[in-house]
Ligand binder design. Structure first.
Ligand code: PEP
Length: 248
């Protein structure tokens, strides 16, 4: 009922020409995909990668968006700037932005509302740290991230949520399929309580954290997991394609 969505997060890797070369390798490998396929790329790569994606089934995503329409925000990128190049998705609140760039649930909320208003699909990242998991705070942390980060959203099914346990990102340590499924079920239940149970059934919730060609089938077989946000493995065409083609 929910169409899976596999999105690559290139982070600060790949110059524009490297990005174009990578999508040229990926495109033929994923053309029969049964899921939505997205590459989220550095802002400066967007024009060239947008051109290279024409005629493919891969959608373009950004890694961040500012919440203001325009103005004195040196170094920032607006939704209108992204839309002009055919960007459809935008990652918001990635743990690296929370950790290194002062992103909070409040700014996540502002960016998400702005993205939705502009017609971009936000991929909102939430997740607990290792310490929070070990001290039994996972559910409380996620509840707060959802309550504040997704406040005032009218149509919650327009948002994609990426559950990314911080301890599993870029560490090679994956949550077990059962752990990921159980936590995503909690996220869905919370959305049901804060929004409505019917809408919660329609929201796509990805898992992210060291997902790769070897573990994607097991993760994607879980009932609650609707896709993946892929960091490291999205930088190699065969690996990313193997994840996209998890059902083949
Ligand atoms: C990410 O950065 O969103 C991510 C999941 O990274 P990795 O797949 O490398 O753990």
């Amino acid at each position: 009922m929910r169409k899976p969505i596999i999105a690559g997060n290139w982070k600060m890797n790949n110059t524009a020409s490297e990005g174009v070369a990578l999508v040229k390798q990926i495109a033929p490998l994923v053309k029969e995909a049964n899921c939505d396929v997205v590459v989220c790329v550095p802002a400066i790569d967007i024009p060239a990668v947008s051109e290279a994606l024409k005629g493919t089934n891969i959608a373009l995503g950004a890694e961040n968006v500012h919440f203001a329409e325009k103005g004195a925000f040196t170094g920032e990128i607006s939704a209108a700037m992204l839309l002009e190049y055919g960007v459809k998705y935008v990652i918001i609140g990635h743990s690296e932005r929370r950790q290194y760039f002062g992103e909070t649930d409040e700014t996540v909320n502002k960016r998400t509302l702005t993205a939705l208003k502009a017609g971009l699909t936000p991929i909102v990242c939430i997740g607990e740290s290792l310490e929070e998991r070990e001290t039994g705070e996972t559910e409380a942390v996620l509840f707060e991230q959802i309550k504040v980060g997704l406040k005032d959203i009218e149509d919650i099914k327009e948002v994609v949520i990426a559950y990314e346990p911080v301890w599993a990102i870029g560490t090679g340590k994956t949550a077990t399929a059962e752990q990921a499924n159980e936590t995503i079920a909690f996220i869905r239940k919370t959305i049901g309580e804060l929004f409505c149970p019917k809408c919660a059934e329609k929201v796509r919730i990805q898992y992210g954290g060291s997902m790769n060609a070897g573990n994607c089938k097991e993760l994607m077989a879980m009932e609650e997991i609707d896709g993946g946000l892929i960091g490291g493995a999205s930088l190699k065409a065969p690996d990313f394609a193997a994840i996209v083609n998890f059902d083949k």
